[in-house]
Design a protein around this ligand. Sequence first.
Ligand code: DQA
Length: 148
Amino acid sequence: MADLLILHGPNLNLLGTREPGTYGRATLDDINRALADDAAKAGYGLRVFQSNHEGELVDLIQAHGPQVQGALINPAALTHTSVALRDAFLAVGVPVVEVHLSNIHRREPFRHHSYLADVAIGQVMGFGAASYRLGLAGLIDHLAQAAG
Ligand code: DQA
């Protein structure tokens, strides 16, 4: 089965209790279950990881990126700081979609810049947990179009 890589960055393991007014009540398990269901319906398996460590995420992109059809990432705070994540996606060349629960452009100015924005095929943000499902749908549609 063709696989997709799902990566969750720092502090997203705390979803459900972390700043629920900003990030909602869905847990990471809730989100991953919904993504697995959607992916299975489209004929994809998922490789899902969460890490609080930038280097570990780079290792995961290097290890899995060449083996999967596409990737979906919420880089969390690393969105705004990490050239290393950007470079890892450029190095492996896997199509990647960037998602955020919150609309980063409605928040503090330091959240407005994403180092991944121009590397990603698209961004989805501001829809809470639904951002992930919308992003996955966009990724799957992109892959179908690319396959002709
Ligand atoms: C986030 C937005 C980031 O600015 C923040 O650091 C996060 C979560 C989001 O999903 O809205 O941890 O990526």
